[in-house]
Design a protein around this ligand. Structure first.
Ligand code: 6GU
Length: 257
């Protein structure tokens, strides 16, 4: 998968893609990530990327020309032109559809994504209408630009590309992949201060451990994100479990804090 990101602030992308799982995937050539400065696609002496809004009002609006030209240059430089349905051009904007694990999975199936980071009071509407194929927001709060949102989307999508997580880890058990939050994890020591690791995890009984983890995932989801349970497709046995953990809420979610 190739991701091209258009931004006014290329330096912001150095550290998130310069370490960890995403860097390793780039080094192994499993994925390609290129950052493009929108300013490089201007032609005037002052490299103008924004202008006053027609009709008046506060702030500045990103001009269409450099953004259209950047996307066209990226597409023209592709070694093999992907079919139109292999490419998607996404504008990061608070007006977009709300990002989710489901959308990350959907985007991970494209061969090429172009992410455009919006800024200031907005982007000329013709970019949305005639260039962009999708608009995404990462949540109901306002960021000062689309850069952090593009990093979130790129990270969530890239880790779903086969091979990126390595062979041992699998994204299928992730929080939200199953529709439930993840169960609690422990490592050594078995007793830290006066806090013990739950007995069952030390038992070596894999069936019991799997059962405990599943109960914990359900209990934790009920405690923290009850609205997810409505959407999670629980079977009859899981519904019964939910009733049971409701009566008998033990584990790290029941006390403390
Ligand atoms: Cl994609 N952009 C901005 N500026 N703010 C946001 C956002 C995007 N998603 C949530 N807040």
């Amino acid at each position: 998968m190739q991701i091209d990101i258009l931004t006014l602030f290329p330096q912001m992308f150095q550290s998130p893609f310069g370490s960890g799982i995403v860097k390793r995937a780039i080094d192994q050539k499993l994925v390609g990530v290129k950052i493009h400065n929108i300013r490089d696609y201007t032609h005037d002496k002052h490299h103008t990327v924004d202008d006053y809004p027609y009709g008046g009002g506060a702030g500045m609006v990103l001009k269409p020309e450099p953004i259209f030209e950047a996307v066209e240059a990226i597409r023209a430089a592709m070694p093999h032109q992907p079919a139109v349905d292999g490419l998607t051009v996404i504008l990061l904007t608070p007006q977009g559809r709300l990002f989710s694990q489901q959308i990350a999975l959907e985007l991970s199936r494209y061969s090429h994504l172009i992410l455009i980071c919006g800024h200031y009071e907005g982007v000329d509407e013709r970019v949305s209408q005639y260039l962009v194929t999708d608009e995404i927001s990462i949540g109901d709060y306002v960021l000062s630009g689309g850069e952090l949102a593009a990093m979130v989307v790129a990270d969530a999508v890239l880790r779903l590309v086969p091979g990126v997580l390595g062979s041992a880890a699998s994204p299928v058990d992730d929080s939200h992949a199953t529709g439930l939050l993840e169960y609690p994890q422990y490592t050594r020591p078995p007793l830290y201060r006066e806090w013990a690791v739950p007995e069952v995890l030390l038992s070596g009984n894999h069936a019991q451990i799997a059962k405990w983890r599943h109960e914990q995932a359900i209990a934790r989801t009920r405690e923290r994100r009850p609205e997810l349970l409505e959407k999670a497709n629980l079977n009859l046995r899981e519904r019964q479990l939910l009733d049971k953990v409701e009566l008998n809420s033990e584990g790290p979610d029941s006390g403390g804090r």
